[in-house]
Design a protein around this ligand. Structure first.
Ligand code: NAP
Length: 499
């Protein structure tokens, strides 16, 4: 029974008959919400109530921002090398707790344990180590003139508000926390109310390594009661937000009047382009992974597969065989490839798109509902088996709106130009992939795709030094490598005339 995996040993959490109670972490203290209201958190795989989390409000945000402001002066006095050492300590401590992170993430999100271990836990450690190294290699820039020297300083922005979604909880939180700390900012973080567990674990790690109080503050709660007051708070100087495009629009409105520094990593509707010369057999595992990793709940997933018409039937048959071979089931099982969706509401939203696809004239080639033969223990969980839909026009709603679940639509194209036209037929512009034996042709096509990232013959192959972000309605700004260092700092030029 999956619910038996609930951790009971974490010191700051009170365990009440198998339900974990989480607290906020403000000024180095574990605190209940001021209003004493709580939100129930459920296991996506079983539907069981697994945790109560603070339903924080503006009062808790005010306390957290005050703590972050109080800590700002001291934290900014550390050199970048000293702050890099703190990141390394956090990475070491997280690494020690890899199995626990994987278990909590799998329990909280319904994702397979192997994915939680190999991707979520591993990347969270890697994010801290990567930015620690970036800090050690960081050099201030000098621009000489004939009679003067310009020196560029990178100062902290101030208090950073970090808001993260539920699909990659610690992975995305650590992607923001590490560079924000490195560049000397203090933090108020608000993770998704649906996946609070590993954010609390990170706060425990930060307490254990002895980071000065108030440098990192964690406020649990929902978007309207805790997220909105955070983005609107006058003493928040920077907001890094990852989530849906509609929420991003609200965050942008809220941040703009205070001229806060803003990074928005938003939704996607990414195309996977299969050229006629593709080696179907060798590329198929990568294409299936791009379609369904994390139950299709990765912003970068290729949810539209565009296939050259000359290989359409052969490709679809091979794709369906590979999809039908995927193991959907108990997230705690090492063999499992696909788990549950995040919530009942999200499952219902995804199902409504499958219904819409039928109304729009699509054929459901596989999936379309809960997996057949799911064990009783998971009967109340939030499941949809991998779903493949054919016969929709590329401009249909199902082919242009973000579904964010285990659903892909298939579309034929006649030449590269048409593939590019279809790929660009959405308001989104986050990512894409092209699969071909002609890497020059693939690279040329990649340049014409309107998105922030395109992979050729791979997908989610990440070098943390490269820019990450979207165009059109998929976001504003870039994070990753030096782009993160630049976003989480204020570049200040000092020009000294020599004579
Ligand atoms: P979401 O509903 O937009 O929520 C994201 C975060 O914003 C959550 O912490 C949410 O809190 C909070 N929030 C909600 N309303 C808010 C408001 N008015 N002010 C401030 N914060 C608010 O997104 P989601 O459903 O969690 O995540 C899925 C979406 O994220 C998808 O669209 C996916 O494509 C996108 N995503 C993008 C990237 C990227 O890098 N581009 C990466 C991952 C995911 P509560 O959940 O507690 O309400």
């Amino acid at each position: 029974m999956i619910g038996g995996n609930i951790p009971t040993h974490l010191p700051e959490r009170e365990v009440m008959s198998d339900v974990v109670e989480l607290s906020n972490f403000i000024a180095g203290q574990w605190q209940p919400p001021q209003c004493q209201h709580w939100i129930e958190n459920f296991s996506p795989a079983t539907g069981e109530h697994i945790a109560n989390i603070p339903c924080s409000s503006s009062e808790d945000i005010d306390l957290a921002v005050e703590a972050a402001l109080d800590a700002a002066e001291q934290w900014s006095q550390f050199s970048i090398n000293e702050r890099a050492d703190w990141l390394e300590k956090i990475a070491d401590e997280l690494e020690q707790r890899t199995d626990e992170i994987a278990q909590l993430e799998s329990l909280d999100t319904g994702k397979p344990i192997t994915l939680a271990r190999n991707v979520d836990a591993a990347r969270s450690v890697a994010n801290f180590r990567f930015f620690a190294n970036q800090g050690r290699e960081f050099e201030s820039e000098i621009f000489e003139m004939s009679d003067a020297t310009n020196r560029v300083l990178y100062k902290p922005v101030g208090v950073a508000g970090l808001i993260t979604p539920w699909n990659l909880p610690l992975y995305l939180l650590s992607w923001k926390v590490a560079p924000a700390l490195l560049m000397g900012n203090t933090i108020v973080a608000k993770p998704s109310e649906m996946t609070p567990m590993t954010a609390s674990l990170l706060a425990e790690v930060i307490e254990d390594v002895g980071l000065p109080r108030g440098v990192f503050n964690l406020v649990h709660g929902n978007g309207l009661d805790a997220g909105a007051p955070l983005t609107a708070h006058p003493d928040i100087n920077l907001i890094s937000f990852t989530g849906g495009t509609a929420t991003g629009r609200e965050v942008a409105k809220s941040a703009s009047s205070g001229f806060k520094k803003l990074s928005l990593e938003l939704g996607g509707k990414n195309a996977t382009i299969i050229r006629e010369d593709v080696d179907i057999e060798s590329m198929m595992p990568g294409i299936v992974r791009a379609s369904f990793l994390n139950q299709g709940q990765v912003c970068l997933c290729g949810s539209r597969i565009l296939i050259h018409e000359s290989i359409y039937d052969v490709f679809v048959e091979a794709f369906l065989n590979a999809v039908n071979d995927m193991i959907v089931g108990d997230p705690a099982d090492d063999e499992t490839e696909l788990g549950a969706l995040i919530s009942a509401a999200h499952r219902d939203k995804v199902m409504s798109y499958i219904d819409l696809a039928e109304e729009e004239g699509g054929d459901i080639l596989c999936g379309g509902g809960p997996p057949v033969g799911i064990p009783d223990a998971f009967a109340n969980g939030f499941w949809i088996s991998p779903t493949v839909i054919d016969g929709l026009t590329p401009d249909s709603r199902c082919a242009t709106e973000e579904i964010f679940g285990p659903v892909v639509t298939l579309h034929p194209f006649s030449d590269d130009g048409e593939a590019i036209e279809i790929a660009n037929m959405t308001d989104y512009g986050l990512a894409g992939s092209i699969w071909t034996q002609d890497v020059d042709a693939g690279s040329r096509m990649a340049e014409q795709i309107e998105s922030g990232m395109v992979w050729v013959n791979c997908w989610l192959h990440r070098d943390l030094r490269v820019p990450f972000g979207g165009v059109k309605h998929s976001g504003v700004g870039r994070e990753g490598g030096r782009w993160s260092l630049s976003f989480f700092s204020e570049a200040v030029n000092i020009c000294v005339k020599r004579e």
